[in-house]
Design a protein around this ligand. Structure first.
Ligand SMILES: Cc1ncc(COP(=O)(O)O)c(C=O)c1O
Length: 442
């Protein structure tokens, strides 16, 4: 047994953990000390099946040699290069490789360090784009109820998850929200895209009429809303959003931080749903979750609009110290190699029917009020305990962990998104474990 085990520190107070019930955790810590392929190793030596690809990011599975070797080699060769007014080859190579797998027309990439930063970057590009085109009155941003776009001020302003917004004042001004698409009464237990709710997209027309198109810069949505508990776009919904945005000169941003890099069975959700946005935000699977990195894809039309004025002038006053850093770029290139060698950007399409069948076999388990799925994503919505929302799903999370399975819960919804390398046997194991958990929670 590795000597890394049983290294639980005896003082957990200093680290204020993110999106965590800190007091609960510190009374009974869940420490991970190793990982390989589909499993984590816990500090007590147990193997934990990863039902969530970490946080929707470890798409190729854990500790893949090509990626870890590329990082080690890059760290010894060129550890850092200034990101502003200087370059290094791997960032350019990576941008080209990303453009190759992105939807046609997404020809340029800005690098960031996270999904949240990708969102801030895309929103700023949208505002600046209209301004460089002489259309600076387009300053409004439209998001959607229940949307998650990270935790920075732009992202929580266009986002629609109340707990993530309510503590932080008035947020950005000039933001409006479309209604979410969750219609459990009509769509519960739908396999894949729901039949009902495509027409909710026309609410965008109402918002455009209210504010006037000339004031609106961009609409941002997750093609599949992930963090709110997996809301699959109803049939026709995304196409309708595209039509309305095009009609009114509004930029459409797909936040693909979760759906990017193969989660639905195509490299991006834009390809899966055959709807072309003007920008795509990504992160997570870009480096297989190993090194923080994000990327924003933009069309040539957007990019080219900025390429004007004196050539010695900076065209867009935005960027991060670590934009396209050498080690992150090396990790991302090795990740793309791994995806390519193993066909992982399309594997979810092959395994999705089996995943769907096994997931929906939990329909008769106690407390289950809805099951939703697309690609290698699944959600099981539980009936909340009266007066104690989130408690039932959190109990399921704790019990699953004790039983050797990592799931994710949000509200009373269990969200599943395993690494794209998962085998049929591991899918069976995952749902067997989950069935036992659901039968065991009060
Ligand atoms: C759609 C979406 N956008 C943005 C983010 C934020 O990403 P990060 O946590 O890397 O900042 C997430 C994270 O889950 C996400 O799902």
């Amino acid at each position: 047994m590795s000597n890394r085990l049983n290294t639980t520190p005896n003082d957990l107070r200093a680290f204020w953990m993110p999106f965590t019930a800190n007091r609960q955790f510190k009374q009974n810590p869940r420490m991970l000390v190793g990982a390989k392929d589909m499993h984590f190793t816990a500090s007590d030596g147990r193997q934990i099946l990863d039902g969530t690809a970490g946080l929707w990011c470890v798409n190729a599975g854990h500790c893949r040699p090509k990626i870890t070797e590329a990082i080690a080699q890059q760290a010894g060769e060129l550890d850092y290069a200034p990101a502003f007014q200087m370059g290094h080859p791997k960032a350019f190579e990576l941008a080209n490789r990303l453009v190759d797998i992105a939807p046609d027309g997404m020809n340029h990439v800005l690098f960031t360090n996270s999904g949240s930063e990708s969102v801030e970057t895309a929103l700023k590009v949208a505002l600046a784009y209209h301004r460089v085109k002489g259309d600076g009155s387009r300053s409004r941003l439209i998001g959607r109820e229940r949307g998650y776009h990270g935790v920075n001020f732009g992202g929580i302003s266009v986002g629609g998850i109340v707990t993530n917004r309510k503590m932080f004042g008035t947020l950005l001004t000039g933001v409006d929200h479309m209604p979410h698409t969750h219609l459990p009464a009509q769509n519960a237990f739908t396999k894949g895209q729901p039949e009902h709710g495509g027409d909710i997209a026309s609410e965008l027309e109402r918002i455009v009429t209210l504010h006037d198109a000339s004031t609106i810069a961009a609409v941002i949505v997750e093609p599949v809303a992930g963090s709110t508990g997996v809301l699959i776009p109803p049939k026709g919904y995304l196409k309708k959003l595209r039509e309305i945005c095009t009609k009114h000169g509004i930029l459409l941003i797909f936040d693909e931080v979760i759906t990017g890099f193969g989660r639905l069975g195509s490299p991006f959700a834009a390809q899966h749903y055959d709807v072309m946005p003007d920008m795509i935000t990504s992160a997570k699977g870009l480096t297989n979750g190993v090194i923080p990195m994000g990327a924003v894809f933009v069309t040539s039309e957007i990019h080219d609009a900025f390429m004007q004025g004196p050539e010695h002038m900076i065209e867009f006053f935005h960027g991060y110290t670590y934009s396209g850093s050498p080690i992150a770029s090396a990790a991302a290139l090795a990740t793309l190699d791994t995806y390519k060698e193993e066909g992982l950007l399309t594997r979810a399409a092959e395994i999705a029917p089996y995943w769907e069948e096994q997931l929906h076999s939990l329909k008769d388990c106690p407390h289950v009020i809805d099951i939703r799925n697309t690609g290698l994503i699944g959600a099981i919505e539980l009936d909340p305990i009266v007066g104690e929302p989130t408690k039932r799903a959190f109990s399921a999370f704790l019990k699953a962990y004790d039983d050797g399975l990592l799931i994710r819960t949000t509200g009373d919804i269990i969200a599943l998104s395993p690494p794209l390398i998962i085998s049929k046997e591991q899918i069976d194991e995952l749902f067997e474990k989950l069935r036992k958990v659901l039968k065991g929670v009060a």
